[in-house]
Write a protein that binds this ligand. Structure first.
Ligand SMILES: [Zn+2]
Length: 171
């Protein structure tokens, strides 16, 4: 859709007949010339990415480089673990998967190194330490308030350790 020389609006939908449907001028209004294709394609990528974020409930403003790297490391770690778990499951597929796994492991280590270099790992560890400190304090307060007998009190660390060990990773 675009005003033509006579200031009438083109009746074609945006990007009609081009490689960028929905964005930029139609094929009758220079929509297929290289420079227009380039700029319209940029618009299309941005627009489609925004739509994808909306359908997935992702807020692009909340994305930080740290979060991207942390998620990438977690994703890569999951892939490596899955592939490792397949060693026994499907021996026939293994030679092919081994190459994929080795590549993924390299990638995982590279991401981890980038995070360490950027200080992300330390910050992440500090967050976990802070959470653990708060949780530990809460547990101590709860135990104090319960006014346990000395015998119950002596059992408390064992119970706490068992419960903590059973918590899902990342808590
Ligand atoms: Zn047009």
């Amino acid at each position: 859709m675009r005003g033509d020389g006579a200031w009438r609006t083109c009746r074609q939908p945006a990007g009609y007949g081009t490689t960028h449907p929905g964005y930029g001028p139609c094929k009758f209004h220079y929509g297929s010339t290289p420079s227009v294709v380039r700029s319209a394609t940029r618009l299309m990528i941005r627009g489609e990415a925004r739509k994808l974020c909306e359908t997935r409930g992702v807020d692009p403003d909340s994305v930080t480089p740290e979060r991207v790297m942390m998620e990438e490391l977690a994703r890569s770690y999951a892939v490596v673990n899955f592939l490792e778990s397949q060693t026994d499951v499907d021996a026939a597929m293994w030679p092919d998967w081994q190459a994929v796994m080795l590549a993924e492991r390299k990638h995982m280590v590279a991401v981890a190194k980038m995070m360490i270099d950027a200080g992300i790992a330390e910050r992440h560890v500090k967050i976990i330490e802070d959470q653990a400190r708060v949780l530990g304090q809460a547990v101590r307060t709860i135990l104090d308030r319960l006014e346990l007998t000395p015998e119950q009190r002596s059992q408390a660390p064992i119970v706490v350790r068992e419960v903590m060990a059973a918590l899902p990773a990342g808590t």
